[in-house]
Structure formats: structure tokens, C-alpha cells
Design a protein around this ligand. Structure first.
Ligand code: TXA
Ligand code: MG
Length: 310
């Protein structure tokens, strides 16, 4: 048995016993448990200190396993064929005879579902006879985890196992699209909306900051490094961490590069680890250089602007 197989076997052992474990995805690490078992799902909410009315995303290996729990529609099939597995989460109607625990959605009738691309997580899902509920593996409102050591930092010994799959490739959470009724984007994320619009053939409504919150993750205070953060800065004081996306002529100790060549994919990949690093260094505040809103830049700006509400 190679080391990946033995890690997956261990992960399965804990999940079968209704424990929560850390899992790697291509976006961010998840805190996973059996979505069919009330007790297991409740543990996720407790560990994350998550309000009960903030529903969880359920992760499936493929469309066939999903069909047991959700009603699918044409828009879903088009997007699934093109983008899954990948960084997109779909909101669908739950079937009456689904086994999903009512705690996953707080009794609501719509379910968020996702097909993760990370090979270790995919192999794990194939071995299980239940899908996994998994929110991002961080304490509520804090910065998401992109490495196994970040998950450890968040939960310490409170979780028994982390399936270590290296650093997350994308580094920012999935894009969420509500497919019940008229398609609507509820969260900007790892898949740029223009790609989704090309496949659906029409412009999609974006409702990421509605007055009436549709997804509690739309709340303003979110993704916070725990210190004040200011965006679109030209300069930083010496006691402020300066988050940059383009290489400067001179580099100072308080400069932290998301990218040195204005590469937005690289910046997303480094965003959460940079914020963690800065917090650990003991800086009292962060200022961020202006970041373009092209491609993943939209999601990066969204996260930074929520973090800046601290
Ligand atoms: O990339 C990701 O999506 C990661 C990885 C682990 O899959 N997961 C993630 O989960 O970001 P979480 O729980 O941190 O964020 C999920 C967001 C929350 O804002 C939640 O309110 C929203 O999805 N959500 C979940 N179920 C929903 C539903 N039925 N209707 C509307 N929004 C929902
Ligand atoms: Mg989260």
C-alpha cells in the first residue's frame, strides 16, 4: 500500500466513526464529516463555532452520487459537464427522500453541492458510501486554511486527523451559483463568472451583498486576519505590513508579495498564507496595494474588502 492509500484508509476510518477531519481541496482545506449523520454534522458546527443557520457545502465524487440527494436541472448539467470537478458550488433542491442531515441546511430545502478536484480528496470520496459536508477549515470569520499546518493552527488537537494534500492550488474558495430558479451568483470565487456566462449563454445576476443575506458567508465581517486592513494603498508606514502584487525597486522587511509580476492566479494562491504570516509576525495593521479586478482579481478584492471590515 503506498502512502496516499494508507492516508486515505486512515481518513475513512475516522469519518466512518463520525469524526471530523481536515481535507485538501483545490480551493481551500475543508473540515469534513459524514453529511448523512446528525451527530457528525453537529461536530462541524461546534468546532468551527459556526452559527447553526449558516448551511454547509456537501462534497460528492460525481453526478451519480449526487442524484440520490438532489434534483438536477439543465443549467446544472451544462455547468457540471464543463467545470466539475472544479472550484464551483451549485445550489440545488434537495429530494424528499434524501439522507442529508437536516442540520446541514438548518432544515432548508436547498443544498449547496460541490465536486472537488484534488486527487486525494476525490479518491477518498470514491471510497465512502456517503457524501461529505465540509465548510472551510477555519474558525468562523477567520482566514481560510490553505495548508495542513493552517488547519492544525485553527483546531489543534480538537481534530484527530488531517489528510495532508500539500498547499491548495487555487487558494480561494469556490464560486457559488444558485441554480434554483434564475441562476444567481452568491459568492465570487475560484471560477470567474465570465466563464460561467459563456456556457449558459446569458448574463448572470450577482447578489453577493444583498440586504437580506442569502448566504451567511455574505456577511461583511469575514476572512479576517484579526487586525485592521486597508485596501488600495500607495505606501505603508514601517510598522504596517504592506501586501503587494508587483515587484518594487527596493524591498523592505514589511513588504509581503502576493506576486511579483501582477499574476492574479499566483496572488490568490498566496493570499491566505500571506495574511496568516503577517498576523504571526505581530503587525498591528495591513495595507494592500491596488489589485486589478480582472479574473481572480474580483474574488481577491471581495475577500480583502470583507477582511477590511474588521
Ligand atoms: O471552496 C469551497 O467552497 C470550500 C471547500 C472546502 O469546498 N468550502 C467553503 O465552505 O468555502 P464555507 O462553509 O466556508 O462557505 C460556504 C458558503 C457559506 O457562505 C454558506 O452560507 C453558503 O456557502 N451556503 C451553503 N449552503 C448554502 C445554501 N443552501 N444556500 C445558500 N448558501 C449556502
Ligand atoms: Mg468559509
Amino acid at each position: 500500500m503506498n502512502s496516499n492509500q494508507s492516508k486515505i484508509k486512515k481518513a475513512k476510518k475516522y469519518l466512518d466513526k463520525n469524526y471530523c477531519i481536515g481535507v485538501p481541496t483545490e480551493t481551500v482545506y475543508g473540515l469534513a464529516a459524514n453529511s448523512y449523520v446528525n451527530l457528525a454534522v453537529k461536530k462541524i458546527f461546534n468546532l468551527k463555532k459556526r452559527p447553526k443557520n449558516n448551511p454547509l457545502i456537501v462534497h460528492y465524487s460525481d453526478i451519480n452520487s449526487l442524484k440520490k440527494d438532489c434534483l438536477i436541472n439543465d443549467n446544472f448539467i451544462k455547468l457540471y459537464k464543463k467545470f466539475s470537478p472544479g472550484p464551483i458550488t451549485y445550489i440545488l433542491k434537495i429530494k424528499k427522500d434524501s439522507k442529508i442531515s437536516k442540520f446541514v441546511t438548518n432544515n432548508k430545502k436547498n443544498l449547496a453541492v460541490r465536486f472537488p478536484k484534488h486527487s486525494l480528496f476525490k479518491s477518498l470520496l470514491k471510497k465512502l458510501d456517503y457524501p461529505l459536508a465540509a465548510p472551510s477549515a477555519n474558525i468562523t470569520t477567520k482566514v481560510s486554511a490553505v495548508e495542513a499546518k493552517d488547519v492544525k493552527e485553527e483546531f489543534g488537537n480538537k481534530i484527530k486527523f488531517i489528510l495532508d494534500g500539500g498547499k491548495c492550488l487555487i487558494g480561494i474558495e469556490s464560486t457559488i451559483i444558485n441554480l434554483v430558479g434564475k441562476p444567481t451568483i452568491l459568492r465570487l470565487g475560484g471560477l470567474d463568472i465570465s466563464n460561467i456566462e459563456k456556457v449558459l449563454g446569458f448574463k448572470i445576476k450577482v447578489k453577493i451583498n444583498p440586504k437580506k443575506k442569502l448566504a451567511p458567508g455574505q456577511s461583511c465581517l469575514h476572512y479576517s486576519p484579526g487586525i485592521p486592513l486597508k485596501m488600495n494603498a500607495k505606501n505603508a508606514k514601517v510598522d504596517q505590513a504592506f501586501l503587494l502584487i508587483k515587484k518594487r525597486k527596493i524591498s523592505l522587511d514589511n513588504y509581503y508579495y502576493l506576486s511579483k509580476k501582477n499574476d492574479l492566479n499566483e496572488a490568490a494562491h498566496n493570499l491566505y498564507s500571506c495574511l496568516r504570516k503577517i498576523k504571526k509576525k505581530g503587525y498591528k495593521s495591513i495595507v494592500v496595494e491596488k489589485i486589478s479586478k480582472k479574473g481572480l482579481g474580483k474574488a481577491i478584492n471581495d475577500r480583502l474588502s470583507r477582511a477590511s471590515q474588521f
